[in-house]
Ligand binder design. Sequence first.
Ligand SMILES: *Cc1c(COP(=O)(O)O)cnc(C)c1O
Length: 387
Amino acid sequence: MTEQQHRNKSGFETRAIHAGYEPDAATGAVIPPIYATSTYKQDGVGGLRGGYEYSRSANPTRTALEGNIAALEEGERGFAFASGLAAEDTLVRALCKPGDHVVIPDDAYGGTFRLFDKVEKVWGLDHSPAPVSDLEKVAAAVRPGETRLVWVETPTNPLLNIGDIEALAAIAHDAGALLVVDNTFASPYLQQPLTLGADVVVHSTTKYCGGHSDVVGGAIVVKDLDLAEKVTFHQNAMGAVAGPFDAWLTLRGLKTLALRMDRHCDNAERVVDFLTSHPKVGEVIYPGLETHPGHEVAQRQMKRYGGMVSFRVTGGEQHALQVCERTEVFTLGESLGGVESLIEHPGRMTHASVAGTDLEVPADLVRISVGIETADDLVADLERALD
Ligand SMILES: *Cc1c(COP(=O)(O)O)cnc(C)c1O
């Protein structure tokens, strides 16, 4: 059994706290040091200690994070990057070549869409958007022999659509393509796509994995060693790696992921209960609601439903903007997944760039990232802001 398989047999919380690092042999330090070093002394030419040669190729603090996130996703190998988008770009170049085709979500994270549409496209990679919740449309967008990746997010942003990972993996594999799941919104605590047939997981660890809004980072996890070899080569050849301090912060965040996610979910459920009975709120969008079109799939593949909630107010765009500006505990801002609650108006903020396209979001929509503050304070804050 490999070290990784051994780790995979422990419970999630045990892996979160122990996987990827053994107390330091020299000092017994239980937490990996921040190895602020670019190079390593060799014992004779080519005599590397532990395989470390130069910190773009590998750094012990980053190695600890990479082992940890691989264990949490139940994969074989993890890779840490300077940002989620750096991870995505490295993955695309490792697995695709100019002339290939990929299917992407029609409501992909804006930065992901921009990467495919403005950067990878110039390089020669074509893409087709399809809704992740509609298997027929995803299958129709696949071009057998040409499509190299089916790329999905689930839940998506900000409408929290759900894609059926097992069924999407079958569609990708039938066409000779790989399934990539951006697991940023669920985090490895709520959903492990590799166990459902996905080939690759990508993360913006900036969000729930880091969890404290204090570091930007990304990750890739794979279960197949041939894929791992390609990603290893490209991670080093392209060089968009996580620095040791960023890796250390992200690893520190992952240790408490389970506790934080459970509280995010508890608080989101309280907030959803409150919003669904409020007269000035129209639709509440949350995969945990039985009325959500993806509820059954979410129930099958997620442990719980996460900390992201979207809702529509009855008073139109002006009302939505007012709610965003009136909250005091919820901070007005982009991003998500930190301990603090955030509120935003997707139409004017995160999704302003898709105005006038098929991806336009309703003007009366408000998105919240429910944090881990006292639930009563969050409900009271929204109540004040809605009145
Ligand atoms: C934020 C985000 C990204 C991009 O990650 P960065 O760390 O900002 O580069 C990708 N996918 C999703 C779903 C995100 O929320």
